[in-house]
Design a binder for this molecule. Structure first.
Ligand SMILES: Nc1ncnc2c1ncn2[C@@H]1O[C@H](COP(=O)(O)OP(=O)(O)OP(=O)(O)O)[C@@H](O)[C@H]1O
Length: 234
């Protein structure tokens, strides 16, 4: 069952179109990855889904309702979670307080306790200021904050950016578990091969358009996708 249907969207930050007729779907239980060339519009697509793009044409159907003109707050409240690439935690607050300040969460202390079970590495850091976390710890906190409201879809903007190879694995391992929690994933990633390896389906973007799409395993095996966009296995 499709939960998110991005229907032929266009738009951008000014009068120049960055997205040009992008079509994309995410179903229940899926991990869907968007990869592609630098500047292709991958992060812009995530911003469009979250209502953060100044100019947008087309429809974004969330569980059948068009949310293309809804506020970001409403999208968050209707079950879409978001982990931005930067500025994704409050540096001056403790880890625990970062979880407690998430808006509109019932039984917030109990949910925060659940997050410490889900991300055990955060438990001993509960009283540390988030500004003093490592990159990987901070990313786990950002995930935990997004999961506090039990979203049915989470949008991740380059979740492994600036992480060491060991931490990249930890973060991808966390992402793989999200569908089991009832949360589908739409992720934009520079680490194209690794991200597709944990995904059911993928989209390859080039200059604001979807150049190729399909089952992730098929894209990883496609000579044209490998040659133009994914590179050969290391
Ligand atoms: N806030 C902004 N204002 C104006 N133009 C922007 C803004 N953010 C991005 N752009 C432009 O939009 C285009 C697409 O950027 P975007 O960040 O979506 O690409 P991307 O595919 O995520 O790239 P990368 O893989 O390099 O992160 C680029 O030309 C970029 O310069």
């Amino acid at each position: 069952m499709t939960v998110l249907h991005v229907e032929n969207i266009g738009g951008g930050y000014s009068e120049v179109d960055i997205l040009k007729g992008v079509e994309l779907q995410v179903s229940v239980g899926e991990i869907v990855t968007v990869v592609g060339t630098n500047g292709a519009g991958k992060s812009t697509l995530i911003k469009a889904v979250m209502g953060l793009l100044p100019r947008l044409a087309g429809r974004i159907l969330w569980e059948g309702q068009d949310i293309a003109r809804a506020s970001t707050e409403r999208r968050l409240n209707t079950g879409i979670g978001y982990v931005p690439q930067v500025a994704n935690v409050f540096a001056s607050l403790t880890v625990h307080d970062n979880l407690l300040v998430v808006q509109g969460v019932p039984e917030v202390r109990r949910r925060a306790a659940e997050m410490f079970e889900l991300f055990p590495a955060l438990q001993p850091l509960a009283q540390r200021r988030a500004g003093a976390l490592s990159g990987g710890e901070r990313q786990q906190l950002a995930f935990a904050m997004a999961l506090m409201s039990r979203p049915r879809l989470i949008c991740l903007d380059e979740p492994t950016a600036a992480l060491s190879p060991a931490l990249v694995k930890t973060v991808f391992d966390q992402i793989v578990r999200l569908p089991e929690l009832g949360c589908a994933v739409l992720m934009v990633e520079q680490r194209a091969r690794e991200a597709l390896q944990i995904s059911q389906r993928g989209y390859i973007m080039d200059q604001g358009r979807v150049a190729m799409s399909g089952p992730a395993a098929g894209l990883l095996d496609d000579p044209r996708a490998v040659e133009l966009y994914l590179g050969h296995e290391a």
